[in-house]
Design a binder for this molecule. Structure first.
Ligand SMILES: [Fe+2]
Ligand SMILES: [Fe+2]
Length: 294
């Protein structure tokens, strides 16, 4: 079964995040580097997901297949909910000393420009390449997040590394839904007939520079905001190597490779079993997150 067959449920969630410092500051395996990296990811998800939503939503009127339209609405609903919940976590992370607001602010920079262009040039026949550019970015980033999600859900080690149970819950729920909707933006891309080269170029950029850029910002986050981290440069180096070897990142480069094939489709990677297991685990009768549903 491919993911196109998954009925996309938009789950309204309630996590127990509080805009106060709670628990261990280094909530990811006690590691300064891993914790700053997870905080950075959480900070960039809401504005990043807003870009994904805009890049797909601007084609909504052109999608005539009712099934794909339904999936697009599910995709938009899920991504919007992820943004809302990560914003709540980000306030807690900010109270714990992480510069989440800064990273969100930086990534939000395209919003004003995109909204202006959509208003000024509403016709899809204008600025075609720029619109395709954003959609290609989304399609490549969705593969990136699907691989990340698969790694998180497949790895008992990552589950135990997340000391904070509520952060672990949020990541698991987000990862599950990323896998559920992993092919939606791709199917929009194909339905519109956008050249494969655009998404492949984006993936070249992501696979070469995605992790180095993420690492650079995680280090910047430590240098600028974390006195304990600044005092321990050798620990930072050691933890960086450890993090790149942990199951969340391991095998990332090779997982990016099939995407560069013009015949690739995300559903060629079958996640049916993983989805069924985690759906039961999180939202079954006694599921870990059954009580988090609003
Ligand atoms: Fe998401
Ligand atoms: Fe997504």
């Amino acid at each position: 079964m491919g993911n196109a067959a998954v009925d996309l449920t938009v789950r309204r969630m309630k996590f127990g995040f509080d805009a106060r410092p709670t628990g261990d500051k280094y909530f990811a395996d006690g590691s300064i580097v891993f914790s700053h990296t997870v905080a950075l990811l959480s900070a960039i998800f809401p504005p990043g997901e807003d870009i994904f939503v805009r890049s797909v939503r601007r084609y909504l009127d052109e999608i005539t297949d009712p099934e794909l339209r339904k999936r697009v609405l599910g995709f938009i609903g899920q991504e919007k909910t992820h943004g809302l919940q990560h914003r709540e976590l980000n306030e807690q992370l900010a109270a714990m000393g992480y510069p989440t607001a800064w990273f969100e602010y930086l990534l939000q920079s395209t919003e004003r420009m995109e909204k202006f262009l959509d208003k000024q040039y509403p016709s899809p026949d204008r600025l075609v390449r720029l619109r395709h550019f954003f959609l290609g970015f989304t399609v490549a980033a969705e593969h990136f997040t699907a691989v990340w999600a698969e790694n998180i859900l497949n790895s008992p080690e990552i589950q135990t590394m997340m000391y904070d149970p509520e952060i672990r819950n949020l990541l698991n729920w987000h990862a599950l839904e990323e896998l559920e909707h992993k092919s939606v933006a791709f199917d929009v891309y194909r339905a519109l007939g956008v050249p494969e080269s655009t998404r492949i170029r984006w993936m070249r950029f992501d696979s070469n520079l995605g992790i180095p850029i993420l690492l650079a910002f995680a280090w910047l986050s430590i240098i600028a905001t974390d006195a304990d981290g600044r005092r321990q440069p050798w620990r930072i180096l050691r933890e960086t190597v450890q993090m790149l070897r942990n199951p969340m990142w391991k095998g990332f480069y090779s997982a990016m490779r099939p995407f560069k094939d013009p015949g690739f489709h995300p559903d060629q990677i079958d996640n049916t079993e993983l989805l069924e297991t985690w759906h039961r685990e999180l939202f079954g009768d006694d599921g870990q997150l059954a009580g988090h549903l609003k």
